[in-house]
Design a binder for this molecule. Structure first.
Ligand code: HEM
Ligand code: HEM
Length: 181
């Protein structure tokens, strides 16, 4: 279990596997969409579906373990900001795979994980995707884009916070998450 001095290996493993993958998928998603690199879509979807398993495990682990105790007493406003950011990160990391799955499956493009078909695509003779449900596909699309941008802001604030704790406050916050508390 986590304590004020030390995090369990499970917490550390789940934080970094989910955190680094989400940063990677966010950059990949923005790049492939804005530069229309369609060849990257299958790999984005495959990693996105796979990481969803770890995202859910992580949310469950946080739920049964409670939130981490701060390494020392910070000003109340700072604690509040950090806590809010953690909530946005956890909820955002659940909404991203769910909305991605919705947009890809309901739009008729289909979803595969490393070649294993999870939802079949539906295509017209000219190769264009035929939506199963246009409305749900739009809901997925709007959610994926907007939560994606919210995550970019939350992740930036989160990293700035970690850097501040380490270099300005010189406390154990970052080292504890690196397993060296
Ligand atoms: C290079 C990137 C990152 C760094 C340096 C970093 C660093 C940290 C640190 C030092 C903590 C401990 C805070 C504390 O003790 O109060 C933490 C906690 C947390 N981080 Fe990150 N993080 C990064 C990326 C991410 C990303 C992308 C996510 C999004 C899913 C994330 C989600 C969380 C959450 C939810 C917590 C709360 C504690 C927990 O649930 O384990 N982090 N992070
Ligand atoms: C944690 C997991 C995920 C993250 C962080 C993520 C992130 C992103 C981001 C930031 C974009 C660019 C959005 C935009 O500019 O509008 C994007 C696009 C996209 N993502 Fe994800 N994604 C994840 C999971 C998934 C999953 C599981 C799927 C499907 C099974 C998926 C399918 C797509 C598709 C199809 C696009 C392109 C949308 C379009 O062209 O309009 N994503 N993703």
């Amino acid at each position: 279990m986590d304590s004020a001095r030390k995090f369990s290996r499970v917490t550390i493993f789940l934080h970094w596997i989910v955190g680094l993958t989400i940063i990677g998928l966010t950059c990949l998603g923005l790049y492939m969409k804005n530069f229309e690199v369609f060849a990257l879509y299958p790999i984005h979807k495959s990693i996105g579906v796979l990481i969803a398993i770890f995202v859910l495990l992580r949310a469950w682990w946080r739920f049964i373990n409670g939130w981490p105790t701060p390494v020392r007493q910070y000003p109340k406003i700072e604690q509040f900001m950090a806590h809010m950011t953690h909530w946005v990160l956890i909820i955002g990391s659940i909404l991203m795979p769910v909305s991605g799955f919705m947009l890809s499956s309901f739009s008729g493009h289909g979803v595969s994980m490393f070649g294993w078909e999870l939802v079949a695509g539906q295509h017209a003779a000219n190769g264009e995707a035929i939506p199963y449900n246009e409305f749900l596909s739009q809901v997925g699309d709007i959610t994926h884009t907007s939560v994606g941008y919210v995550l970019v802001i939350a992740i930036s604030l989160h990293i700035l916070g970690a850097v501040k704790h380490h270099f300005l406050d010189r406390d154990l916050t970052l080292l504890r998450m690196l397993g060296r508390g």
